[in-house]
Structures are given as C-alpha cells and as structure tokens.
Ligand binder design. Structure first.
Ligand SMILES: CC(C)(COP(=O)(O)OP(=O)(O)OC[C@H]1O[C@@H](n2cnc3c(N)ncnc32)[C@H](O)[C@@H]1OP(=O)(O)O)[C@@H](O)C(=O)NCCC(=O)NCCS
Length: 313
C-alpha cells in the first residue's frame, strides 16, 4: 500500500501496509490521512518530511510496530532528517510499547514536545450524540473562505494556513471534508475529516474564541461524522494533547475513548553557529522543488457546500 501523496512519493509497503494490530492500523490510517511530502521506510520506521511546514505530524519519524524498534536505528533516523535540514523528531507510538526508545531518547537529551492521546469512536455513536447548536456546511476543498475561517478560529497566520494548504491539504484530494460552522463571513468553527476506507480522521477542530461553549464543535463533529458515514466510513479517530482539558471533555462527551498514547520528542537544538540544520531557511529553499498533488493553488479552488444542516439544540 502507498501513502497517497504527491511530491517524492516512495513505496513504503513494509511500513504502511494494513495491520491486524488495531493500534498499528489506526497509526497507519493517521499517517496516510495527513500525508507528508516525502516518506521513506527504514527498518520498520516511517520517516516523514514536509518542507515548508514546521509541524511535528508532517516532520517526524513514526516508530516501527512494537517489538521491532531498535535503539541502534536512532542514528540513521537522525541522519535522514539532518540530511534534509530538518530538526529530527520522533513520534514514540504507542508510548507504552516503546519504553526503551523513549528512555534512550531521554538519555540523549531529546525533549518531550507533546504527549498525545489517540481517541476513537464509532460514527454511529457520533451521529447519535449531542447535536450541537449551529448549521454546518461541508466543503469538498480547502476554499479561500474555509482557510480564512481556520485562521480566525485557531488564531493562525495567513502565511501558516497558506503553507498548510499548499503542502498538506492540497494532497488530500477528494478524501477530505472541510466543515465550516456559521457563515463564511462570520465563521464560528471549523474541522476536517479525512476518509480512508473505514476510518475517518478528524483534524483541525477549532471554535472561534467568542463562540465557545455554544455547541459549535459538537455540531462540526456531528456533521463530519454524517459526511464520513455517507462515504462508507464506520469509525473516527483524532489526536488530542493530554493537557487539553476542553477538547478532552468535548470528545469524551461524544463517546470517544482512548486507543493509545504517543509522545513526540525533538532532538536537541544544534549548537549555535553550527552547520547545517537550523531548519526553516533550508526548508524554504526546498519548497519550490516539491510539486503539489493539487494542480493550481488550493486556495483558489471553488466548491459548493453540501447541505448538512443541524437542528438547533
Ligand atoms: C475544544 C474546542 C474545539 C471546543 O469547542 P466548543 O465549540 O466550545 O465546544 P462545544 O460548545 O460543542 O462543547 C461541548 C461540550 O464539550 C465540553 N467542553 C467544551 N469546552 C470546554 C471547556 N473549556 N471546559 C470544559 N468542558 C468543555 C463541555 O462538556 C461542553 O458541553 P457544555 O458546554 O454543555 O458543558 C474549543 O475550545 C477550541 O477551539 N479550542 C482551541 C483549539 C483546540 O484545542 N482544538 C482541539 C484540538 S484536538
């Protein structure tokens, strides 16, 4: 099986095949849902790099299935990132099945960046759950209004959403659903669902600060679940930091339960003045070499919202 992404797509059959281990299956689904520009397999590790994006999910190595991760591989993983001018990051997943990797990274001075819970829920439960309190439109492309809404709800810069659109969202194609609550002129919430077989990955959930605790995220979750179910998915997963109490409470209320936890660690910063891997300057120089899977600028894509309208709570 392939990662469905553009750019320098590699065949990673040994890493990204479906797996009978349910935790590995959802890890794979998640990696496929948020594709990196460049991927490679190394002794069961999935190496991911996305020049132009400084985000862990797009630029981190996923540990091999439990039992296959060898600390001897850490030097090769590190070298792969350094060769690309990217500060190495490792997603130790599931954390409780890789204590030796986590301990070795700690010993080497790699800092903990995020502790994350991966949560799962059935789409039937989500559709039957709290309805939320607002109308939600589902778009089939990251339109300009949707990107503006994302920037507003999550306080992201225009440059950041443009980079995410170009280097990540542009690779999702028809698998993605973009939810927008409120109106394009006055958005109150956003979310993305990425359907891949029976799974729907939910990303970028955010409610505008002035509209929180009014059922917006609940309505977005439900609309994404309805849209994903229409496309044949049966279950959803998402990732939330362990310290995000608001989101953890929201998802628990909608029936999400914990599948497993993972930890992202980042390598020590290189000594100042040292060559060559302080990252973004070199990353920028690669951007123009990575073709987008989407022809043209995704910001310019037009789409018609499907009529997913939620009743008032
Ligand atoms: C998390 C977030 C999306 C919730 O959005 P929201 O529109 O306020 O959520 P809802 O109004 O639908 O909340 C539904 C339920 O979730 C729980 N909840 C939501 N926010 C909560 C908070 N700050 N504290 C405690 N519980 C909370 C409550 O049970 C709430 O029901 P109630 O208001 O009747 O008690 C929003 O706080 C946000 O955008 N945060 C910043 C971005 C973020 O963290 N996104 C999640 C990434 S995984």
């Amino acid at each position: 099986m392939l990662i469905a992404c553009g750019g320098r797509m590699r065949h990673d059959a040994a890493v990204l095949t479906d797996d009978t281990d349910p935790i590995r299956a959802v890890e794979i689904a998640s990696a496929r849902a948020w594709p990196a520009a460049e991927t490679s397999g190394h002794a069961g590790w999935l190496l991911r790099a996305t020049p132009g994006i400084d985000r862990a999910r797009s630029n981190s190595a996923l540990t091999p299935p439990a039992g296959r991760a060898r600390t001897d591989d850490l030097d090769a993983v590190t070298a792969w990132y350094e060769a690309r001018g990217i500060r190495p990051r490792i997603m130790v997943s599931p954390l409780d099945r890789h204590p030796h990797v986590d301990a070795e990274l700690e010993r080497r001075g790699w800092a903990v960046q995020w502790d994350v819970d991966l949560l799962v829920a059935s789409l039937d439960d989500l559709v039957r759950g709290p309805a939320g309190a607002t109308a939600v439109a589902l778009w089939h492309a990251p339109t300009h209004p949707w990107l503006q809404a994302w920037a507003a709800c999550e306080a992201r810069t225009q440059d950041d959403v443009a980079a995410q659109a170009r280097h990540v969202l542009g690779r999702l194609g028809s698998r993605a659903l973009y939810a927008l609550a409120g109106t394009p002129d006055a958005p109150t919430g956003v979310g993305i669902g990425v359907v891949d077989g029976s799974w729907c990955g939910i990303f970028a959930m955010a409610t505008a600060p002035g509209a929180r605790r009014q059922g917006v995220a609940s309505a977005v979750l439900r609309a994404l679940a309805q849209g994903a179910r229409q496309r044949g998915a049966v279950a959803a997963y998402l990732q939330v930091t362990t310290t995000n109490a608001a989101a953890q409470t929201l998802y628990a209320r909608h029936g999400f339960t914990r599948s497993h936890g993972y930890r992202t660690r980042v390598a020590p910063a290189p000594p100042s003045g040292s060559a060559p891997t302080s990252g973004l300057s070199r990353i920028s120089s690669h951007v123009s070499q990575i073709p987008s899977a989407n022809s043209g600028n995704p910001i310019a894509v037009r789409a018609t919202p499907s009529a997913v309208t939620e009743p008032a709570r």
